[in-house]
Design a protein around this ligand. Structure first.
Ligand SMILES: Nc1ncnc2c1ncn2[C@@H]1O[C@H](COP(=O)(O)OP(=O)(O)OP(=O)(O)O)[C@@H](O)[C@H]1O
Ligand SMILES: [Mg+2]
Length: 228
């Protein structure tokens, strides 16, 4: 409807694995500062959609536009650089690097993006404080609880000041109390920084933190309507 205002938009994505159509004409868009929940049954194509939007996998056809530029038209190196500078990721099991301390994990995306250690760790510390895990800087991921680890993962996703945060079942491994706290802190941080959030979940109580829900069914997400 108002594609000019979208930060990230996908049109008619198709992706097939062998004979399995994972995406079958999916469209999607998100604005800066907007939290969109992507819902739908298991196997419907939610993760595939998220991976396409994030430039991690390439759809067989369809277009993805980020800040006015077509993702698939970019050279691989440029797309990877964009992922590092503009996108943040949170997955179901945090996927922290086990050999690094929590502080080093949060600082890692900044380090990979060329920020000097001291500055990266200063920013990392600020985000750990906001996510209420500032006491865990020296621990390794194996030494913290699931909820704490997920908050460290959210701090890591936010530390690079991403324009878009991709979260695939970020609370899937947590009990409801921890899950809600993670969602509260994640959406609050996104609103403060005006980041867009693409949140895959099948839990209604997680989707309750979104501004808008999009349902994926059989690889189709029809969503160019904006309620606001
Ligand atoms: N790498 C792959 N190789 C083969 N098939 C795949 C691959 N990734 C996904 N698929 C298939 O594509 C379809 C969509 O998968 P996808 O992971 O996107 O679903 P989902 O909605 O995220 O499911 P869940 O809620 O269980 O995570 C499924 O039928 C799945 O089996
Ligand atoms: Mg999935």
């Amino acid at each position: 409807m108002i594609p000019e205002a979208s930060l990230l938009a996908a049109h008619d994505l198709r992706k097939t694995y062998g004979s399995t159509p994972a995406l079958d004409g999916a469209s999607f868009s998100v604005h800066p500062g907007e939290v969109v929940a992507v819902m739908g049954p298991s196997g419907s194509g939610k993760s595939t959609l998220l991976h396409c939007l994030a430039g991690i996998i390439t759809p067989d056809s369809g277009t993805i536009t980020y800040a006015g530029r077509e993702l698939s038209a970019m050279p691989d190196a440029e797309r990877s650089a964009l992922r590092r500078s503009d996108f943040g990721f949170v997955f179901q099991f945090g996927q922290l690097v086990p050999e690094l301390t929590c502080l080093e994990n949060v600082a890692l995306p900044l380090r990979l993006d060329g920020v000097k250690r001291k500055a990266a760790e200063r920013t990392a510390r600020e985000w750990m404080e906001r996510l209420e895990v500032d006491g865990l800087g020296a621990q390794r991921p194996g030494e913290v609880s699931g909820g704490q680890g997920q908050r460290v993962a959210v701090a890591r996703a936010l530390a690079g000041s991403p324009k878009v945060i991709f979260a695939d079942e970020p609370t899937g491994a947590l009990d409801s109390l921890n899950g809600e706290r993670v969602m509260e802190l994640l959406t609050q941080a996104a609103r403060t920084t005006n980041a867009a959030v693409v949140l895959v979940t099948h839990e209604a109580r997680v989707a309750a933190y979104s501004d808008r829900d999009v349902t994926v069914r059989d690889g189709r997400a029809r969503d160019l309507e904006h309620s606001a």
